[in-house]
Design a protein around this ligand. Sequence first.
Ligand code: FAS
Ligand code: PHB
Length: 398
Amino acid sequence: MAADSAPQRTQVAIVGGGPSGLLLSHILHLSGIASIVLERRSRAYVLERIRAGVLEAGSVDMLRSIGLGERMDREGRNHDGSYIVWGDDRRLLVDTLRFAGKPMVAYGQTAITEDLYAARDQAGGVVLDEAEDVQPCDIDTGNPFVTFRRNGREHRIDCDFIAGCDGFHGVCRKAIPATTLRVFEKAYPFGWLGIMSETAPLPDLVYARHDRGFALASMRNERLSRYYIQCSLEDSIDDWPDDRFWEEIKTRYPADIADAIETGPSIEKSIAQLRSFVAEPMRHGRLFLAGDAAHIVPPTGAKGLNLAFSDVHYLSRALISHYADDDDRYLEAYSDAALRRVWNAERFSWHMTRLLHRFPDDGPFDRRASEDELDYLTRSERALGAFAEQYAGLPFEW
Ligand code: FAS
Ligand code: PHB
């Protein structure tokens, strides 16, 4: 497509070229439904972002079902479960394979986004990056459209539906009237300092609850490790040279695990603020929100990207049913169905964040109560089963 041209009309205009928007566009394409993705940033910028790393079985199945399983199966790493360590060398395996019946897969969001861009390119998909000032218009009518500027030219695309996949800072959520939108929000009094290093990761994900704060050891592949420690919101990455980071994270694990951590120079370092956020409803007229545009979870439960996948599962099924069967039942049910799964993940992520982090106003009682809950998970199969099935991600409803 010429640099500054754009079709005048499509069936679904998708705002946002992150995982939600690209995945929706590709699934619709496979069902013969036309879409255009409008992304504010350059493709290079989108692909530079380091984010999620663990896929629930439902997300893995979605990628395989649309032909994007080959690289994931080659480079991704199956996980039968994740460990939690705390107190005086207490440890617990959250055995997701046993309780949910399927493994989780460590496969980075960056690779997924690369795979999705490649699939859209190969299919001749229309992904317009550096689309400025995108605006969803007439969402309350049967003839919505989007406007945007690109390469200095103004554009308008008429469509049947608009998918707001433009993340937490996007414009689509703001197009829902304030009198209609209900927002639920919680900010956490700490951040996550994350680093990526070209080192051999630990064999499994290991979460740590420690008096000095939360830590997490994760991975992307056999030679790419991802680590996080809870840090103050006052911190900047300049406060954390690599040596200080490695020394600190090792203090938060038992000696055998700390000794197994291979240190090395960081190739990426960033601090993410943690928040819980839900906007309801996820639909207004012909505008449908999916992914971070509608909700944010603290990454403790590895749910953010997986919720984007489940939203896209529900929304793509609904749009396909509309076009293929002239049946709008799933479109009508979209917001309620998506929000049922969103709220389970929001509650679980909030609970797991509360359980594993040191809150500034925590006293001895709070610490002992959290340690007792972890001890209880080691003693009760039923409690551990409930925890594991939520960490693994509940099945999609339809
Ligand atoms: P995204 O934010 O990924 O994509 C939205 C896209 O819309 C962006 O490319 C943006 O440029 C574009 N956009 C925004 N405004 C626009 C406009 N006006 N016009 C056009 N385009 C616009 N999740 C996990 O499961 N595990 C993790 O460890 C994890 N770590 C994270 C760390 C950080 C720092 C952040 C911010 C998020 C993290 N997440 C994690 C959550 C993250 O992975 C999201 O769930 C995921 O990116 C959601 O994908 P999208 O809904 O596509 O939103
Ligand atoms: C990651 O690998 O980035 C990751 C894994 C599990 C989490 C959060 C982040 O809970």
